[in-house]
Design a protein around this ligand. Sequence first.
Ligand code: NAP
Length: 291
Amino acid sequence: MRGTITGKTIVCGIIGDPIGHSLSPIMHNRSFKKLGLGYVYVPFRVRSGDLKKAVEGIRGMGVRGLNVTIPHKVAVMQFLDRIDPLAEEIGAINTIVNDGGILTGYNTDATGFLQTLRDNGVQPSGKKVVLLGAGGAARAIGNVLAQENARLTIFNRLQQLSWAEDIAYRLARCYGADVKAVELSRENLQKALPDAEILVNATSVGMHPADDQTPVNADLLHAHLTVFDIVYNPSPTRLLKEAGLAGAKTIGGVEMLVSQGAISFEKWTGHAAPVDIMLRSVLSGLHTHED
Ligand code: NAP
């Protein structure tokens, strides 16, 4: 019976803390059901002190795979058997695959970002890119953009500018990337944006409930930009609405969320993910999560 949990049901899930807001359970469970797969996807709230035990539980109970979210994306790596080379370079994972007790970590945020960019007809190679943020997502995105030979400027707030400098240093060293780090300020954005071709917001500015905020003032946006805001709630963000009004091409975080989820889904099940169902599930989940 489709959708019924039986003795043969295969378990996947997500670990994080908090976890109640995650849209991944609705996205994956509806997709399993649509394809008639005997899988279920469960949210697990795992506190940092319990992370090692949680990973042992994956092996012990034969869980097929997990997504990993804040705050475990880096700390969990030490407990896995293998790390995919891209995830190793990024220094964080968000997906675990269990093959007969051997746990491998992947970073599908990075590949999901690049896939989404390409699906929208944007090739980053040689392009001048303004990347806002130096957190976990920015690190993953910076990595794939550097591998694609984009010319990067990474912006972060002055207090944590060293995070952006650290990313820039590593990307220059690993890939010989053309990359620099600067303070996130209006003055610096004003210098960098006029001839930039791609603007990526990888900060959490504009995320619900701060829907009225934006990391870049509307007057700095222009029609020659592709603006990719990885924030997915709200959808669209204020930044994307204003980018659209300025005539820029816009790409939203929901597409990236679906893309990274689809890559994880395919690794666990071996089936092509039903991305249309995933997209609809996320959008309906966003709607019901509004508070
Ligand atoms: P994170 O590691 O906590 O990093 C947050 C970044 O935002 C840091 O660079 C931080 O700067 C910056 N920031 C926060 N508040 C700011 C403010 N008021 N002004 C300027 N900068 C500010 O988080 P993350 O995991 O990278 O995630 C960032 C965002 O991306 C979140 O909204 C998350 O939901 C979203 N995301 C989306 C996807 C997707 O699939 N669409 C995937 C991953 C993440 P400081 O270093 O100065 O604090």
